[in-house]
Each structure stands twice: as structure tokens, then as C-alpha cells.
Unconditional design. Structure first.
Length: 166
């Protein structure tokens, strides 16, 4: 069984490398890590698919117009998100665990949209194996969006906050 410090070191090494997916098995224990960057490449590939979908929609004239309008709206939303996040810093989860926005259930959240943060400001807690890990902002700026809900399970590398750097 690996110690938590060894797991953190593995996470750091995989994060700093060009490896997209990492699997480690030893004595019946298995650790699997996958970078969030692989998902971003899929989003970039989406606009390339739009042209064939449009061609198919034109060939199938009997398809209801309402359905076509819904498809167009769904395709536009990811493009707007990509444009909006170009100048923003993403704070990601350094581990798999449960996201908590506040130090206790009855306390105010560490940060909310519009709050100014410093590099060392604690923005949330990720609980992993009964250990509460404080996550810092990593950059000076302003919180633009909170991407997860309180109590939600988060994956390694999953975006938690968008910060507009100063």
C-alpha cells in the first residue's frame, strides 16, 4: 500500500510530464490517473463534426425544425465557453475526493464569484481518505466562476474554479 505522500508525488510527477494516463498496480492495489487535458482535445474536435451534421440535416428534410434548432444551440454553447476561458486561470483538483466550499457546513464559503484572491488564499477543501486538503488559488486574481457544487465528488485534474488573473 502506498503512503499518501507517495501518491501525491506520483500525482505531481504525472502532472508535470507529458503523460496523459498513468496506471500503477502493486500487491493488489491499483492507482489510475488521467489528465483533464485529454478531455479538452475532444472539445476542440467538436467543431470539425459540425459540418457533417449540417450536411446530414440538409439531406434529411423531413426532420422537424425544432430538433435542428436544439442541436444548433447545443453546439454554440461549448464554443462560447472555450472563448470565455481563454484568458482565465483554472484551479484544478490535485486529487480525487469530495469538494467542500466551506470549512464547515454552517460556515460561509471560502470564496464566491467576484472575490479577489491572492496566490496563497485557500479557496476550498478536498477531502480524500478522511484527510481535509486545503486548496490554494495558485494565482492572484478574481474568482469568475465556481465549477463544482458543495459536496460533489471531484476527479484528479477536474476544474474547480475559473480565476481572472491580475
Amino acid at each position: 500500500m502506498l503512503k499518501i505522500q507517495e501518491i501525491r508525488e506520483l500525482i505531481r510527477l504525472v502532472n508535470e510530464s507529458n503523460i496523459v494516463e498513468f496506471v500503477y498496480e502493486h500487491d493488489g492495489s491499483k492507482i489510475k490517473m488521467k489528465k483533464a487535458g485529454a478531455t479538452e482535445q475532444v472539445v476542440v474536435a467538436t467543431p470539425k463534426v459540425d459540418v457533417p451534421q449540417t450536411a446530414v440535416a440538409q439531406q434529411q428534410a423531413p426532420v422537424a425544425q425544432a430538433v435542428e434548432k436544439v442541436e444548433v444551440k447545443e453546439e454554440v454553447k461549448p464554443e462560447k465557453q472555450v472563448v470565455a476561458t481563454e484568458n482565465l486561470h483554472t484551479i484544478t483538483s490535485p486529487m480525487v475526493g469530495t469538494f467542500y466550499a466551506a470549512p464547515s457546513p454552517d460556515a460561509a464559503p471560502y470564496v464566491k464569484i467576484g472575490d479577489k484572491v491572492k496566490k496563497d488564499t485557500i479557496v476550498c477543501i478536498v477531502e480524500a481518505m478522511k484527510l481535509f486538503n486545503e486548496i490554494e488559488a495558485e494565482v492572484d486574481g478574481e474568482i469568475v466562476e465556481v465549477l463544482v457544487k458543495n459536496g460533489q465528488l471531484v476527479e484528479y485534474g477536474q476544474p474547480l474554479f475559473l480565476v481572472k488573473p491580475e
